[in-house]
Design a protein around this ligand. Structure first.
Ligand code: DGY
Length: 325
């Protein structure tokens, strides 16, 4: 007797080894052209599917989830962030949601340091000068940036990624300040200064790294009022979610010189980013590459599959179950 495999809809084109395992263990509908689904198209395509493997940016809003067919029992997102999935709406329909924590911590923290250094040391201007054949040679005053070693770094959100950023920054002898929902135990805090109120941290931020998830509380958290509390000439780094920053305020501060520079990997409304960023020479910009290593993207895919397999094949609770907060 042959038992049919559960059906899983892949909303995106995932790495080859991930799709191989997806197709081996499930009756999978892949998306080799990587066509983007809008909400109604996704709900329609899910007819008859038990699982949806989705990714950051997919429109799994309350409206989409309400429109999903009854066949859908689980949504596994290929991401640690899950603000694109309305978890409360999924819970109401009894649909399990999982994410991929831990496996992208190091890759994302590496990109945060790249953004921090790229912004502080004017990497965008340097590479542009060279590639446009405008480098006239070494000059004593050329492209002088902001010194990193020994400065103060404030981290908004000291979860796994925030802690990994702190570990890397300690190699630059940076002094770490942080805000988190709760204070870390001493072995994880490693001498960093905790600020129960994130606003109190801002005057200590020569550098500010955003590592907090996007929630109603963190939306546009970096605004004009908070930028004014930071030291003049500070540097802002965002590798979490673009929505945590008020783009207008950040762009104005970068233009006026209130902030020296910003290193940004994530944008509100990406890929349609605020036009103002394109004109800023002191913004080091990357296209949401935090987790983009072969090893990390495979690990994310395998983790999403571990969750789908646990629930849809083995009837167990997905190990990375996400709950509505
Ligand atoms: C995530 O996992 O949330 C990342 O932003 C995708 O790289």
């Amino acid at each position: 007797m042959t038992t049919s495999k559960p059906k899983v809809l892949a909303t995106r084109h995932f790495p080859p080894d991930v799709e191989k395992r997806l197709a081996a263990n499930f009756d999978a509908l892949l998306n080799p052209q990587d066509r983007l689904y809008d909400g109604p198209a996704l709900a329609k395509a899910a007819a008859g599917y038990a699982g949806i493997m989705c990714a950051a940016g997919d429109p799994l809003s309350a409206a989409t989830i309400e429109a999903l067919p009854d066949s859908v029992k689980m949504i596994a997102t290929f991401s640690v962030g899950y603000e694109h999935v309305d978890v409360a709406a999924a819970a109401k329909r009894g649909i399990k949601v999982s994410n991929t924590p831990d496996v992208l911590t190091d890759a994302t923290a590496d990109i945060a340091l790249l953004c921090l250094l790229g912004a502080a040391r004017r990497a965008h201007e340097g590479t542009t000068m060279l590639r446009t054949h405008n480098w006239v040679g070494w000059e004593p005053t050329q492209l002088m940036g902001t010194h990193v070693t020994g400065k103060r770094l404030g981290i908004l959100g000291m979860g796994r990624i925030g802690q990994a950023v702190a570990d890397r920054a300690r190699a630059f002898r940076m002094t770490i300040h942080y805000n988190n929902r709760s204070r870390l135990p001493a072995d994880l805090e490693k001498g960093a200064t905790f600020h129960a109120n994130p606003d109190d941290m801002l005057p200590h931020c020569d550098f500010l790294s955003i590592n907090a998830p996007l929630t109603p509380q963190t939306r546009k958290w970096v605004n004009a009022e908070r930028i004014a509390k930071m030291p003049k000439g500070a540097v802002v780094v965002n590798t979490a979610r673009g929505g945590v920053v008020d783009d207008e305020a950040l762009i104005a501060a970068l233009k006026s010189g209130r902030l020296a520079a910003a290193g940004i990997d994530v944008f509100d409304g990406e890929p349609k980013i605020h036009q103002g960023y394109y004109d800023l020479q002191n913004a080091f910009l990357l296209p949401h590459m935090g987790s983009a290593t072969v090893e990390t993207r495979n690990a994310m895919g395998f983790k999403a599959l571990d969750n789908l397999e646990a629930f849809l094949l083995n009837g167990k609770t997905p190990p990375d179950l996400v709950k509505a907060s």
